[in-house]
Design a protein around this ligand. Structure first.
Ligand code: PLP
Length: 459
């Protein structure tokens, strides 16, 4: 059955659409957008957002396979979280970080309770990038070392240090190689940097390479290794078996702090509370944001191990933020985590990955010549698009877009799907509680839309 273009939802009034048009004009006149050439964009207006859906400026309902910036893990407008924010606003809307407040204390208890190992302390931030900045500062002060290892094809945030630590092309305009960062090649079995024939070889060779980098840089100078547990925006590269355990072993061997960046994958995205849980890893420091409260109010943080905490038990930690542990954000986190537990969202993410998204995407991948690779886990999947499966030539160059990718994204939206796109990839990252029938509907749309990409692929 051919899926028809999505038409405006009659529940969206003409007045609301008019409001949206006014907002669009003001946006174009006054709002400066991230990661964009300002005059070249035409951002989508959102009039309404509920559960796994958003409504665009014309009142069309789209299935949200992006979870926005991969943060609305509980979907849009969850009533329990909205009520918690409203209650907190009515009681204590804001308070300085120096004062105790029950929302922050309870959020810290919940996070440390879920976090692996002895990550028993939390420093709250406003988002992911500042969590990364503080985790690195803590690691440097704890070890007395300066250098930081990070992977190519990674993203760690848009502030100065975080973007310098980033291994993705988005760092190019800000990268001054001035942050003591040394990058290493990550495992990427589909386009192996190590000429590996299988996952076992990829793991072995990637670890051998990493150890050489550590030795050649001088382990005594390396404070931390920061790694996304599953690299996200840069491509959803699920590490091959044995890699993460090997990284942990190397960091222990050389006294390097292991910082797990769980900003995108934390709080259930991959079907475990934290992606490191797939490999039973215990980081020294762990950054989180996004899913901690689904982004209903900005919040991030660093979960800190007992050993790192001890460094600052008698010595002042020079670092802080006016809004560290903001009560509205923390109340939202408490309500989010409790809703996720009560409604079994993390288990559901694991199930839909196994039973719904994974099998369907693999089947889609087999049929469409434009699909080079399908990979992922839980509610976190990448479809990598190519012009030719034999040469693996990407449908958009690294660090850029292409008319063909834009056409594919446009087709998805036309049929009622909001995808997450990056370079030559479409990511499937819906809210963890998206009903199966909505997932199937979205995957059907993607299946049909890919015919547009197939026209540019050999075979
Ligand atoms: N780290 C990772 C893995 C991320 O995916 C992101 C954002 O996408 C960040 C850090 C930065 O987070 P924020 O945008 O909240 O500063």
């Amino acid at each position: 059955m051919t899926i028809q273009p999505v038409t405006p939802d009659p529940a969206i009034t003409e007045d609301l659409i008019a409001e949206g048009r006014k907002a669009f004009d003001l946006d174009r006149a006054h709002v400066f957008h991230s990661w964009s050439a300002q005059r070249k964009i035409s951002p989508m207006t959102i009039l309404r957002a509920e559960g796994p859906h958003v409504w665009d400026g014309e009142g069309r309902r789209l299935i949200d396979f992006s979870s926005q910036m991969v943060n609305t893990n509980i979907g849009h407008s969850h009533p329990k979280v909205i009520a918690a924010i409203q209650d907190q606003a009515a009681r204590i809307a804001t308070i300085a970080p120096a004062h105790v407040n029950d929302a922050r204390s309870e959020a810290a208890r919940l996070v440390t309770d879920l976090a692996p190992g002895d990550l028993n302390h939390v420093f709250f931030t406003n988002g992911g990038a500042d969590a990364v900045e503080h985790a690195i500062r803590m690691a440097r002060l704890h070890t007395g070392r300066h250098k930081v290892l990070s992977a190519y094809r990674s993203y760690h945030g848009g502030t100065d240090l975080a973007v310098n630590v980033t291994g993705d092309a988005r760092r190019f305009d800000a990268d001054r190689s001035a942050a003591g960062v040394v990058r290493f090649m990550p495992p990427y079995p589909y386009r192996s940097y190590f000429h590996a024939q299988d996952d076992r070889q990829e793991t072995e060779r990637a670890l051998e390479h990493l150890e050489q980098v550590i030795q050649l840089e001088g382990a005594q100078n390396i404070a931390a290794l920061i790694l996304e547990s599953v690299p996200g925006t840069a491509g959803i590269y699920v590490p091959p078996a044995g890699y993460m355990a090997g990284v942990r072993e190397l960091t222990r061997k050389y006294g390097v702090m292991f910082i797990a960046d769980e900003v995108m994958v934390g709080f259930g995205r991959t079907g475990e509370w934290f992606a490191v849980d797939h490999w039973d890893m215990e980081p020294d420091l762990m950054t989180f944001a996004k899913g901690v409260n689904s982004g209903y109010v900005p919040l991030g943080g660093v979960a800190i191990s007992d050993a790192v905490y001890e460094t600052f038990a008698e010595r002042v930690y020079q670092g802080g933020l006016t809004y560290s542990g903001h009560p509205l954000a923390c109340a939202a986190a408490v309500a989010t985590i409790n809703a996720m537990k009560d409604e079994g969202m993390v288990e559901n993410a694991a199930r839909v990955g196994r039973e719904v998204i994974g099998p369907r995407l693999r089947e889609i991948g087999d049929r469409h010549p434009s699909v080079g690779d399908v990979r992922g886990l839980g509610a976190f999947w990448a479809v990598e698009l190519v012009r030719d499966r034999a040469t693996k030539e990407p449908l958009a160059a690294y660090g850029g877009s292409s008319p063909e990718m834009n056409e594919l994204i446009g087709e998805c939206k036309r049929l009622g799907l909001l995808p997450f796109a990056n370079y030559n990839r479409i990511h499937v990252a819906p809210p963890l509680n998206t009903p199966d029938e909505v997932l199937r509907e979205g995957l059907d749309i993607l299946d049909q839309a890919l015919e547009v990409a197939d026209r540019h692929a050999a075979g």
